[in-house]
Design a protein around this ligand. Structure first.
Ligand code: NAG
Ligand code: NAG
Ligand code: NAG
Ligand code: NAG
Ligand code: NAG
Ligand code: NAG
Ligand code: NAG
Length: 291
């Protein structure tokens, strides 16, 4: 009986330790409160509403103890809003490269992005050069069903005998593509036009192979026309679609289910749940909205 009064104190102590030590993997705990403007219901960038699980690059905060940056949203869904005076452009980074945001659908959980190289208004607007593959972490993003590819082969060294069958796919008369006399032709194929054998055979003769994701519908609209005759640049500028989702289990899921928003560090570690009244809790909000 004499021990009983201590129990609540113990439970309290446990909760405090538990909350503040979360997630206990070396990451610094979040402060007990956060700046509510980090999680504003909607911020404007150009024609887009930016809201959770996206967040604006300028809304992250630093935990001074160990210099961890935390966000109100999923680490990979950081939007930079570039201000060009008259227009604002929403930019997202996938892997090492940045992409222009074309559309966000919060209902469908999808985003359409395009490589900014496709918009460079040089002499090759109809046939822009994309020089790198698209890469992104698997944590939150994936391709949707409307995904197709254009595959580019750059700087290929083919003999005169090998070239004729490829004539329709050769990128000629397009500024920026090398078509030097000693070889160095470049080619582009849609996925229909490229089987594994051809891809393998051709790749052996070329310096670079780049697969660029595109919207299936956008590519299909070119129907039977050759990619080159119809200038594939428009298809690249229409971009490609990605879907986002959180994990259907784990701390972030519990946080969202309780009405909170997940805070992540730049290293993609879940740091805590941002709840009402600017309180940080872990792993979920105690004042459930669903009570
Ligand atoms: C904190 O991190 C930023 C970028 O991650 C870095 O530029 C800065 O030097 C770091 N500051 C300290 C005190 O470690
Ligand atoms: C962040 O950037 C957005 C868009 O450029 C701007 O509207 C907003 O005022 C900025 N917020 C802060 C806290 O700087
Ligand atoms: C995004 O797509 C939807 C449906 O496809 C469309 O209604 C909307 O206007 C688009 N928004 C922008 C900013 O392009
Ligand atoms: C697109 O290209 C990638 C890489 O070559 C390949 O794994 C994927 O199956 C292709 N997708 C389609 C729809 O052709
Ligand atoms: C192109 O291929 C030919 C024959 O395989 C070879 O002799 C030549 O050196 C190659 N040229 C270049 C620039 O690689
Ligand atoms: C780009 O993707 C293609 C198709 O998957 C692959 O063959 C090629 O090696 C990749 N290129 C680079 C530079 O990663
Ligand atoms: C595409 O071209 C092939 C042969 O060139 C033809 O049989 C087919 O009907 C065409 N399809 C469309 C959608 O125009």
């Amino acid at each position: 009986m004499a021990h009983l009064p201590r129990l609540p104190a113990l439970v309290f102590a446990f909760l405090v330790v538990h909350v503040h030590a979360f997630p206990g993997s070396g990451a610094a705990p979040l402060p007990p409160t956060y700046d509510g403007s980090m999680c504003s219901d909607s911020s404007r960038c150009g024609s887009f509403d930016i809201r959770y699980p996206f967040y604006l690059a300028n809304t992250t905060k630093v935990i001074t103890a160990d210099n961890t940056t935390y966000s109100c949203g999923y680490t990979d869904l950081k939007i930079s809003c570039r201000d060009d005076g008259e227009t604002q452009t929403a930019i997202i980074q996938l892997g090492q490269f940045t992409y222009t945001v074309k559309n966000i659908s919060y209902e469908a959980g999808t985003i359409i992005v395009a490589d900014p190289d496709a918009f460079r208004n040089g002499g090759n607007y109809g046939c822009p050069i994309i020089r790198h593959n698209v890469t992104f972490g698997p944590e939150w993003l994936r391709y949707t069903g409307s995904y197709d590819n254009l595959t580019f082969f750059f700087s290929c060294n083919l003999s005169k005998d090998e070239l004729p069958g490829l004539h329709d796919y050769r990128i000629d008369d397009c500024p920026g593509f090398s078509n030097s006399p000693g070889g160095g032709a470049s080619f582009v194929f849609s996925s229909d036009q490229l089987d594994a054998t051809r891809e393998h055979d051709l790749a052996e003769h070329c310096d670079d192979v780049i697969a660029v994701p595109v919207l299936r519908d956008s590519l299909a609209r070119l129907s039977n026309m050759s990619l080159l005759g119809s200038e594939y640049g428009g298809v690249l500028r229409n971009g490609f679609e990605l879907a986002w989702s959180g994990k259907m289990a784990g701390a972030c899921y519990q946080c969202e289910e309780s009405g909170g928003r997940c805070s992540y560090g730049q290293n993609k570690v879940f740091l805590g749940c941002l709840c009402t009244d600017e309180k940080v809790e872990a792993p979920y909000c105690s004042k459930s909205l669903r009570n």
